[in-house]
Each structure stands twice: as C-alpha cells, then as structure tokens.
Ligand binder design. Structure first.
Ligand code: NAD
Length: 310
C-alpha cells in the first residue's frame, strides 16, 4: 500500500514517514521545504519538491497513492495574525486542492493534521471532541475550516477520512519556531548554558505529546476508524515549571528560569481527552514525559556536538 505524505520533510511529517516505513508502507513525500528539510527524509523515500497549493494531478497520476496523510500547513500561531491570507491559502485552499486530487485519483482515505487550537480557550477540561470550536487565532480558524472541507468532501464523494487534533507535540527535529516549540527552545537554551524564559508564573499547563506517538496515531488511522475526529494527546496536564524541573533532572544541572509577564492571548490550561482515539485507533501514547524528554535532549545534544565540530 502506498502513502503520500504532504509536509513529510517537516518535524511531525518526517516521523510519520519513518513510522510508515517501519510498518512496510511504500512512502512518497511532497514538500516545498518552506520550513521542512530534505535531510529529514530517509533515502528510501521518493520525494517531490512541490507546493501542495499547485495542481497535483501529475504527481497523483504518477504515484497513484492509496492513502494521503496531509501534514503540510502554515503552523505558526503568531504568524497567522501577521498574514491571515497566507493561512487561508496554506490551510484551507491547499487542503481543498489535495481533496480534489484525492477524489480524481481514487484515494481511499485522507488523514488530516488538525490541532487543539480549533478549541480556543477551553470551556472545560479535559477537552473532548464535542467541546465547542472557539478558535482565537487564524491558525485555529483555518484548521477548523479545513476540517469542515474534508467532511463535506467525504460526504459527497467516496472518500474516507480521519481528522487528528494534536495537542502540543514535541521531540527531535522540532523547529523552535513551531506551535509547541517551548520544549525545544528550553533545551536549546540549556545546552547553550543560558537560562530559559518563562512567560507567566510557570503554573500554566499544556498536554505535551511525544512526536513518535503522534506518528503512530497517523499510521493507525490509515486502517482504523472511519470518518472520525480524534484528539491526539496524553490526557495529562503538565505545567511549564514541571517541564523545567524534569529537564534540570535530565541534564543534571540546576535551572533558574527567568520569569517574564504572561503574554496576551496565552491559554492558561489545556489538556485533551484521548479516550476516543484509544478506542477507535487501538492506540495509546507509548512514551512517558520523561522518556520523551530524554530522547529529545539527546537529539539536541548530539546536534549541538555535530554543529560545534563543524
Ligand atoms: P513543520 O513546519 O515542521 O512541517 C510542515 C511541513 O509542511 C514542512 O516540511 C513544510 O516545508 C511543508 N509545507 C508547508 N507548506 C507547504 C506547501 N504549500 N506545499 C508543500 N509543503 C508545504 O510543522 P509540524 O510541527 O511538523 O506540523 C505538521 C502538522 O501538524 C501541521 O499541519 C500542523 O498544523 C500540525 N500540528 C502541529 C502541532 C505541533 O505541536 N507541532 C500541533 C498541532 C498540529
């Protein structure tokens, strides 16, 4: 079975590519490398350096994928306020373009990377899939629209889907500018011998999920569950201060974070209920926070060593 991964050279996409190869899928990647890197891709993968907003018929005709995992997007919440039109192009129009190609070329199923940002400020915790959609950024808004486009397309054509709403994803290869860059930013600071900055009192919470668990959820969604919207998180609320404490333990150094005023628009608490994903995908997050952080720290330490060797 062949899977086309859009955005496969990015942070999460490249881990999905690895998980697919491990599960013996034939993998093709399309990515314009706007934030991704070709070095993230294993050599066995066929790669098209192409923009998913452009016509994809030639690519789909040449590759004939059975499934599409759609990760390519504009992913920065703050950038979405600077250029909301770009978010519309990247997150809505590109998704429609991919859906049209899927229908024209008989793709069985699309797995879509959505986000907890579609919920906005939680009205209750943990946030389940029935929580009202109250996005407070153009990023969350455009991802929510993309979800609706997928549902309407699936209802009117022979196309199955899984929409996966990720919590805050962290792990190796994350770009510190990403949606949940806070862990990579902290680790990079600590490796450079600098103190990390916390905006607020450090008691704000998030649901941090390790990237390899997100990748496994995507692979599971190819064959499990039909027309489902599923939260992909750990179900565990972790404070920013707890992250700092765990990192200090892992790198075996005391850490004194610099406290700065909370930023406007930052959500106080967030955690996703993941029971439905566990049930529908026969999946559960396999990495504890400590295991995920250790693997991430190791990655940044090795990258820093390789960088200093030139
Ligand atoms: P990323 O920026 O590392 O990956 C996005 C990839 O898409 C990049 O390789 C980029 O080059 C590519 N891309 C962007 N626009 C493209 C276009 N028009 N044509 C072709 N390729 C294009 O970001 P990521 O963190 O890996 O995010 C992957 C997906 O997960 C996104 O859809 C994002 O919205 C979603 N998501 C991420 C998080 C997170 O915590 N990182 C949380 C929720 C949802």
């Amino acid at each position: 079975m062949k899977v086309l991964v859009t955005g496969g050279a990015g942070f999460i996409g490249s881990h999905i590519v690895e998980a697919l190869i491990e599960s013996r899928y034939d993998v093709v990647v399309v990515d314009n490398l706007v934030t991704g890197h070709e070095k993230n891709l294993p050599p066995a993968v066929r790669f098209y350096k192409q923009d998913v907003r452009m016509n994809l018929d030639d690519l789909f005709a040449a590759e004939n994928p059975d499934y599409v995992i759609h990760q390519a997007a504009q992913v920065s919440v703050s950038h979405s306020f600077i250029d909301p039109l770009y978010d519309c192009e990247e997150n809505i129009l590109a998704t429609l373009n991919i859906l049209q190609a899927c229908v024209r070329h008989n793709v069985k199923k699309v797995v879509f990377a959505s986000t907890a940002a579609v919920y906005g400020n939680p009205v209750y915790l943990p946030v389940d899939e029935a929580h009202p959609l109250l996005p407070i950024s153009f990023y969350g808004l455009t991802k929510g629209h993309a979800e609706k486009c997928i549902q309407i397309y699936a209802d009117t054509h022979q196309l199955d889907y899984s929409i996966l709403r990720y919590a805050n994803v962290y792990g190796p290869r994350q770009d510190a500018r990403g949606e949940a860059g806070v862990i990579s930013i902290f680790i990079e600071k600590l490796i450079q011998g600098e103190e990390p900055i916390i905006f607020g009192d450090g008691k704000q919470t998030r649901d941090f999920i390790f990237v390899k668990d997100v990748a496994r959820a995507n692979v599971a969604a190819l064959t499990n569950g039909s027309k489902e919207i599923l939260n992909i998180g750990t179900g565990k609320e972790v404070s920013i201060q707890e992250i700092i404490n765990k990192l200090a333990m892992i790198i075996e150094k005391p850490v004194q974070p610099l406290l700065r005023p909370a930023r406007e628009g930052d959500i106080r608490s967030s955690v996703l209920q993941n029971e439905r994903a566990q049930l529908m995908l026969s999946w559960s997050p396999g990495h504890s926070l400590e295991e995920g952080l250790r693997e991430t720290v190791r990655f940044y330490q090795q990258a820093s060593l390789a960088g200093s060797r030139g």
